[in-house]
Design a protein around this ligand. Structure first.
Ligand code: GLU
Length: 476
């Protein structure tokens, strides 16, 4: 089949939205109001680099302001365009609603290949872009709060935060203008790993439900499951690392820009990550077979497929060749609407992007709250919690002495129990709770209604219901 009849990314998102609202009972007009993107700002600005002025094109799209601030990352990639930014902004609206992060949806992008510029040049470009957005309140702690996305990370977020602060010297909440900052610039522990961590928590939750596991034609636990991951960027790397190190998954394939690595015995994620860092790609990595046509590995047999790179990678051309019975969308929009139909008819279970990669924005929410409250999580209660635990341990030790050989405390209990939760533990616990709760919400719709055959449709229904409720509360 050709790709010419493949809808654009934004059309794809709209089609998924329409599929869900067709079984919902929304008041007339509200459906259209929720679906459309409120505004997209395009900016073209010049930066003097290497002796000449270079012009860059950037976007910030606001999909829905039913809650403010609106939230969503800023992407640096050559392929960035208005259609893509709007699709991503729409997904942010639904994602935030699904995980109950109190934000509307937004997204930004800059058409740039960041690898073509050195650090100093990237700083000049980022600061100029941030200036253009901030002066229109498209970066603002109470109106629009960007975050990292493809091609950006904590370094860019630190520049953006600093630029905003320079322009708003008396704003006491300036740090909350962007999330995903480094710890020493107002960031929060666990934000960098958050999206990958969320993918792990999503899979852990999925595997708590034997009925759902059976729907994917799988059985047992995550232990020993064969996983293929596409993209070893921030999200793919952390997801693959945690799943292999903590849940016993076997990473049998890693797909990257310059081909794929395959090894049925499992691939050491950290070793490949370090190799890419040194050599710029996976080529030459010694402990796996290299496949030059990387995308073909999406079609290899495995238990779980994790597309963690670009949108549209599973499309009308390859959907019917996919062998994985379970796909978890760590990237935004990796499966097109057409491919989604094909896979659903084949019985493949897809854990949708809106849920699967919501870990990032969830921890962004925690960071934003931390910035507004000007205090790190755990600072007030950690030692108090420890001293209360100490009371219990003292009592148990007394019992231990009293009972002699008949009973003693398990060796690691005391250490583990005594340690009060620091920021990282609290962030992970908040994220885990969020991922579990959102899954339960989707699951209820998925299993509870005859007209909802898949998790994606369920996720849209849950999200749209929440957005609609908040419009209604506003009297719209
Ligand atoms: N860019 C990430 C996403 O697509 C994170 C957004 C955020 O933290 O605001 O969800």
């Amino acid at each position: 089949m050709s790709t010419t009849n493949e809808p654009s990314f934004r059309e794809s998102v709209d089609m998924m939205f329409n599929r869900a609202v067709s079984v919902m009972d929304l008041p007339p007009g509200l459906e259209e109001k929720i679906r459309v993107c409120n505004a997209t700002y395009t900016v073209r600005f010049g930066v003097r680099l290497r002796g000449q002025i270079q012009t860059f094109t950037g976007y910030r799209s606001v999909h829905s302001e039913h809650m403010e601030p609106v939230k969503g990352g800023i992407r640096y990639a050559l392929g960035v365009n208005q259609d893509e930014v709007e699709a991503l902004a729409a997904l942010m609206t639904y994602k935030c609603a699904l995980v109950e992060a109190p934000f509307g949806g937004s997204k930004g992008g800059l058409c740039i290949d960041p690898r073509q510029y050195d650090e100093h040049e990237l700083e000049l470009i980022t600061r100029r872009f941030a200036y253009e957005l901030a002066k229109r309140d498209l970066i603002n702690p109470s109106q629009n709060v960007p975050a990292p996305d493809m091609g950006t990370g904590e370094r860019e977020m630190a520049w953006i935060a600093d630029q905003y602060r320079r322009m708003n010297t008396t704003d006491i909440n300036a740090a909350a203008c962007v999330t995903g900052k480094p710890i020493n610039a107002g960031g929060i522990q666990g934000r960098t790993e958050a999206t990958g961590r969320g993918v792990q928590y999503a899979l852990q939750e999925f595997f708590r439900h034997p009925e759902d596991i059976a729907k994917a034609n799988l059985e047992g636990t995550l232990e020993g499951k064969r996983v293929i991951v596409q993209g070893l960027g921030n999200v793919g790397y952390h997801a693959a690392k945690f799943l292999s190190e903590e849940d016993g998954c076997l990473i049998t394939g890693i797909i990257e820009r310059d081909g794929a690595l395959v090894n049925p015995k499992g691939i050491d994620v950290d070793a490949v990550h370090a190799w890419i860092g040194k050599n710029g790609g996976v080529t030459g990595y010694p402990d796996a077979k290299h496949v030059a046509e990387g995308a073909s590995v999406l079609e290899e047999a495995c238990d779980i497929l994790i597309p963690a790179a670009l949108e549209g990678v599973i499309n009308l051309r390859n959907a019917d060749k996919i062998k994985a019975p379970l796909i978890i969308e760590a990237a935004n929009g990796p499966v097109t609407a057409g491919a989604d139909d094909i896979l659903r008819n084949k019985g493949v279970v897809i854990i949708p992007d809106m849920y699967a990669n919501a870990g990032g924005v969830t921890v962004s929410y925690f960071e934003w709250v931390k910035n507004l409250s000007h205090i790190r999580f755990g600072r007030m209660n950690r030692r108090q919690e420890e001293s209360r635990h100490q009371l219990v341990v003292d009592e148990l030790e007394r019992l231990d002495r009293y009972l002699g050989d008949a009973w003693s405390m398990s060796p690691k209990f005391k250490d583990k129990y005594l340690r009060g939760a620091g920021e990282l533990e609290l962030v992970r616990s908040g994220l885990d709770d969020t991922m579990r709760a959102a899954y339960q919400d989707m699951r209820e719709v998925w299993h509870g209604r005859d007209d909802v055959p898949d998790l994606r449709m369920a996720s849209y229904i849950v999200a749209i219901t929440k957005v609609a409720a908040s419009y209604r509360a506003k009297g719209l």
